[in-house]
Write a protein that binds this ligand. Structure first.
Ligand SMILES: CC(=O)N[C@H]1[C@@H](OP(=O)(O)OP(=O)(O)OC[C@H]2O[C@@H](n3ccc(=O)[nH]c3=O)[C@H](O)[C@@H]2O)O[C@H](CO)[C@@H](O)[C@@H]1O[C@H](C)C(=O)N[C@@H](C)C(=O)N[C@H](CCC(=O)O)C(=O)O
Ligand SMILES: Nc1ncnc2c1ncn2[C@@H]1O[C@H](COP(=O)(O)OP(=O)(O)OP(=O)(O)O)[C@@H](O)[C@H]1O
Length: 491
């Protein structure tokens, strides 16, 4: 392929050489340099890869994309662009022959609910017999094949490579999480989603290497409605007007509270029975449907509404949508690991105050005999989380077991002491069991009939990180082991 043929969507200036040179791939890491590839130089947060130009040219690279008007070695072709990350995105799309355009694409953004909603969409589409590719916190998922990724939304080159693998595997649909950082770092430039979904926004990801302030965070998140054909917004979000301000697509909204939205949830019922823990509600408006969702929590009404809103445009059988929602499996997100007359045990990924607060509040909607929570906080991360999560647990749980959660290089006991400080002020009841396995066992051995036990913080993660080493640990496995041990004693 001639390099020129990859440039049709890009604004550039030729600094040197011919655009008719042959190009076979695009790279953005000097360590992958070889003959035949285009090297895109990027100013990163740590490294400015323009400094690797002599090295990559030595390794055989003959085509460069640069962001600075600099002197490049003789004999190479170089083009100058305004934003190298945007160039990487557009070149990658061209390199893989625009694979995103060969599928129905759904982009999901929002502070919370991205993973849950993308899983819901995937499960329902599969229940309708469709082949779906998915990208997000769980990695790149194509059928049974899961490739872990460094970022929730990977770099643009990795995205287009994944899209092309999906097309090759016969996927008709692609659903992905789009982080605000992805918009900021141009990872999704050039993609026009068929459907763009916005779950909600609250302050998060503000700090070094992320967003300068909430305003910037909101600006980047709301870009979803500037790169989608159809946009779907949470009409209950307190920032919705600011979010849709620059929208350039046709917009629809969903809501649990507001009449007049396109998809409205009504008559929400919280169900906790040994054979079904979850939600039932009716959807009114553009789509009329009565659904059962097998994961609990008021916010999962919003997630399910968001998923159904998108899917209602795809002409799918209503029975299959309902079947999909009733048989969801979202690893570590409000996952019911065990339910009986004795107790219900839930594993969830809430790892900040906002999600902890909404999680515990909504579990109270199920009127458990006692709401018991088992949680800790990560070491070498914001200390504020320990205070705010301790406060939520103290106010909202009937009993808390404070334990370990990725202590990293800190002492678990010190992290627990920080949590205890705020929990104690609420007057909430608690004990401390630093060993997470023991903490989980204790919660199950001492369960009282009608208890709901929420094991919080790790969700799908299958490790505990201590002193830089990841040790295998799964909340789900520990719950099941403890339940088995207890059941055999009870018999
Ligand atoms: C702050 C940030 O977003 N950084 C991302 C960025 O890294 P960077 O470009 O700044 O890295 P850098 O080390 O300065 O390197 C600059 C350039 O030099 C190149 N290089 C570097 C070394 C070398 O020897 N040769 C070389 O060519 C690199 O390949 C790169 O092209 O581009 C990388 C490749 O795409 C990302 O992996 C990396 O994400 C880091 C790991 C990260 O932590 N990002 C977080 C903030 C993030 O993106 N989070 C969101 C949100 C998650 C959520 O919602 O929970 C996500 O989507 O994951
Ligand atoms: N719509 C929602 N509103 C508020 N909280 C939610 C919502 N959906 C899920 N949660 C809570 O947030 C946690 C993370 O959910 P999920 O992984 O779906 O969100 P995410 O947007 O992918 O989050 P992250 O960026 O932290 O990976 C869940 O375990 C649950 O406690």
């Amino acid at each position: 392929m001639k390099f020129r043929e990859w440039l049709k969507d890009l604004k550039y200036e030729v600094l040197q050489g011919s655009l008719d040179v042959e190009a076979e791939d695009v790279i953005y890491d000097s360590r992958k340099a070889r003959k035949g590839v285009v090297f895109v130089c990027m100013k990163g947060t740590r490294t400015d890869s323009h400094e690797f130009i002599p090295e990559v040219v030595n390794a055989g690279v003959e085509i460069l994309v640069v962001e600075q008007r600099i002197k490049v070695p003789d004999g190479v072709t170089a083009i100058l662009v305004d934003h190298a990350r945007e160039a990487l995105a557009l070149l990658s799309a061209a390199r893989f022959d625009y694979p995103a355009e060969k599928m129905v694409t759904i982009g999901v953004t929002g502070t919370k609910g991205k993973t849950t909603t993308t899983h819901m969409i995937k499960t329902i589409l599969e229940a309708c017999g469709k082949k779906v590719g998915m990208i997000g916190t769980t990695g790149i998922v194509i059928g049974q094949d899961v490739t872990p990724t460094m970022n929730t939304t990977p770099e643009s080159y990795e995205l287009h490579l994944a899209f092309s693998r999906m097309v090759e595997a016969g996927c008709e649909y692609m659903v992905m999480e789009v982080s605000s950082q992805a918009f900021k770092m141009h990872r999704v430039d050039g993609i026009c989603f068929d459907y763009g979904l916005f779950t909600n926004i609250s302050p998060d990801h503000i700090g070094p290497d992320e967003h300068q302030d909430f305003e910037e965070y909101l600006f980047y998140k709301s870009r979803i409605f500037c790169c989608s054909k159809v946009g779907i917004m949470n009409g209950d979000d307190e920032h919705w007007e600011e979010v849709v301000k620059d929208a350039s697509c046709k917009l629809y909204s969903f809501s649990m509270d507001k009449d007049g939205t396109d998809f409205k949830a009504e008559d929400i019922r919280y169900i906790a029975q040994p054979d079904f823990v979850g939600l039932e509600f009716d959807i009114k408006g553009t789509c009329e449907l009565s659904v059962r969702v097998n994961i609990p929590g008021r916010f999962n009404v919003a997630n399910a509404l968001a998923a159904v809103s998108v899917l209602s445009f795809l002409d799918l059988p209503k029975e299959s949508i309902c079947h999909g929602l009733e048989h969801l499996n979202v690893n570590g997100r409000m996952e019911i690991v065990y339910a009986s007359e004795k107790c219900t045990v839930i594993v969830d990924y809430a790892h900040n105050a906002v999600s902890m607060e909404s999680l515990l509040s909504t579990l109270r909607d199920y009127h458990p005999k006692r709401l018991v929570c088992v949680f800790g906080c990560g070491g070498n991360r914001s200390k504020d989380r320990r205070i705010t999560m301790g406060d939520s647990a103290g106010r909202l749980a009937d009993f808390t077991i404070i334990t370990a959660d990725n202590s990293r290089y800190e002492k678990t006991e010190d992290i627990i002491a920080d949590i205890r400080g705020s929990l104690e002020k609420t007057g909430g009841k608690y004990i401390e069991i630093p060993d997470r396995r023991e903490a989980i066992r204790f919660s199950i051995i001492h369960a009282e009939p009608g208890d709901m036990i929420a094991i919080i913080g790790k969700g799908h993660e299958d490790y505990q990180e201590i002193n830089g080493v990841r040790h295998h640990f799964s909340d789900r496995e520990e719950v099941l082991k403890a339940v088995d041990a207890q059941l055999s004693k009870d018999v």
